[in-house]
Design a protein around this ligand. Structure first.
Ligand SMILES: C[S@@+](CC[C@H](N)C(=O)[O-])C[C@H]1O[C@@H](n2cnc3c(N)ncnc32)[C@H](O)[C@@H]1O
Length: 440
């Protein structure tokens, strides 16, 4: 059991904290709005961190409110006390001065995580809103970059540069972390002054690396060569619910497109409904090899068993290329499901904003595996709102069907379902299943 978090001022502002940082953190903790404003006159000051605890002014302003009282009987939520109103103003000032909504502290908590744990719903919502603003802005900047980046070669160079920078940063963080560990307990001038977040060594999976990596199938999971869970059998219930949401009443004869075969769980369920068209897009050579094995349900015999030629088909390649072919062929679908791996939200956004409008029948339904930010509640909530806004931009309504996730075997890193899996990508007890349809 991890030890409970000590939220006291003494525990959060360390003896090693430089005076300037300490002053800002104290003023944020004391909700001293005018005093704080004077200290935030330089860029970057709103996101300074205690070098040992990682406390930011946002963490401090929220933590200072302490835990909320339990709501009294009959009340949905507890009454806010005066400190929350003060904190709200300080937090708004901090965001206006560039505070970062998702910086984590040494407990691996963002300011929003602290607010949620303390039951401070209003402050949590402020953090969610800041996250939504930041993500919308990132999405726009991404678009601008693409517009100005010209030829493909430049794009690749950009991507290579980003990768190199990320690797360099991770290596530097690893060295600093090792130094910090070696010096632990020895609080002298050698102590590194920059806070190193607990996840500094995590290198994100990229699509390019993933598509080149070796895969291992076993009965209940598909892993890549870094032991990342590409697909796991515990998601079967989510796949079942997704099929039910996409094809209500288990109607037969629908036109289906599934992007990302993985373990073929959802494709098995679609196939049971005897679709009139069942197209699958898959890019990974090892998955394609798995599909073409003699005992596979989706090999050449399956392709031949369709109601007409080409009705049942595995399209080989990245969806980014294959959908262009499908659009050119004028294919239309009643149900589209999207569940890839190693791609970030920008790819999903591109898919539903640029391609779903051309591929989905006017009465059709689109869904995707909603694992966006699922390792942290606040990120899940931020993405929910961001997806709604981008869908609206694409003329799509989103309804969320919420269901319980049985967390009994999913609760601990490296245990239960996560045994042998590098990273616990799911931590939430509720799944929000998106059902997207055309507006009006
Ligand atoms: C999470 S799994 C899909 C699991 C599937 N829903 C199931 O029920 O088993 C993701 C799949 O997407 C594939 N994939 C990843 N990137 C892709 C891309 N750009 N185009 C096509 N397939 C991709 C992966 O190789 C993998 O097979």
């Amino acid at each position: 059991m991890p030890s409970p978090i000590d939220d006291s001022l003494q525990a959060r502002i360390s003896p090693e904290c430089p005076q300037e940082t300490r002053d800002i953190l104290y003023h944020a903790w004391g909700h001293d709005r005018s005093g704080l404003k004077k200290l935030l006159n330089e860029r970057g000051k709103a996101s300074i961190q205690d070098p040992r605890t990682g406390e930011t002014p946002l963490h401090a302003a929220i933590r200072a409110c302490g835990p909320a009282d339990e709501p009294t009987e009959g009340e949905e939520e507890q009454e806010e006390d005066g400190s929350v109103e003060e904190a709200r103003e300080v937090i708004q000032d901090l965001f206006l001065n560039g505070a970062i909504w998702n910086d984590v502290d040494a407990n691996n908590e963002t300011p929003g995580c602290v607010a949620y744990r303390l039951g401070r719903k209003a402050l949590y919502n402020l953090c969610v809103d800041a996250g939504v603003r930041a993500e919308l802005l990132f999405a726009l900047m991404d678009g601008y970059e693409e517009l100005s980046s010209g030829e493909e070669e430049d794009d690749n160079e950009d991507a290579d540069e980003v990768m190199a920078e990320q690797e360099e940063a991770a290596a530097a963080a690893a060295t600093a972390a090792a130094e910090a560990k070696a010096q632990d307990g020895d609080v002298d001038a050698e102590e590194p002054l920059k806070f190193i977040p607990p996840d500094a060594n995590e290198i994100p999976v990229t699509s390019e690396e993933y598509l080149k990596s070796k895969l291992t199938y076993d009965d209940d999971k598909l892993l890549d060569s870094d032991l990342n869970g590409v697909m796991m059998a515990w998601e079967t219930d989510i796949m079942r619910r997704s099929v039910a949401a996409l094809i209500p009443g288990e109607e037969q004869g629908k036109r289906v497109l599934n992007i990302g075969f993985g373990m073929g769980i959802i494709d098995g369920m679609f196939a049971d409904l005897k679709p009139s068209k069942h197209h699958i897009i898959e890019a990974h050579p090892a998955v394609l090899e798995h599909i073409s094995k003699p005992d596979s349900k989706f090999g050449s015999e399956w392709e031949k068993s369709g109601p007409e030629e080409g009705a049942y088909k595995v399209f080989v390649g990245k969806w980014q290329d294959v959908v262009l072919q499908l659009l050119e062929q004028g294919e239309l679908y009643d149900a589209i499901y999207f569940d890839t791996f190693g791609e970030d939200y920008s790819q999903l956004r591109t898919f539903f904003m640029e391609h779903v409008p051309g591929l989905l029948d006017q009465e059709g339904r689109f869904s995707f595996f909603n694992g966006l930010g699922a390792d942290r509640r606040i990120c899940y909530d931020v993405y929910t709102k961001v997806v709604e806004m981008h869908c609206a931009d694409a003329g799509l309504d989103v309804e969320w069907e919420e269901s319980d996730v049985d967390m009994e075997k999913l609760d601990e890193d490296g245990e239960g379902e996560w045994k042998g899996v590098r990273r616990r990508y799911w931590t939430l007890d509720k799944y929000r299943l998106p059902v997207c349809t055309f507006m009006g």
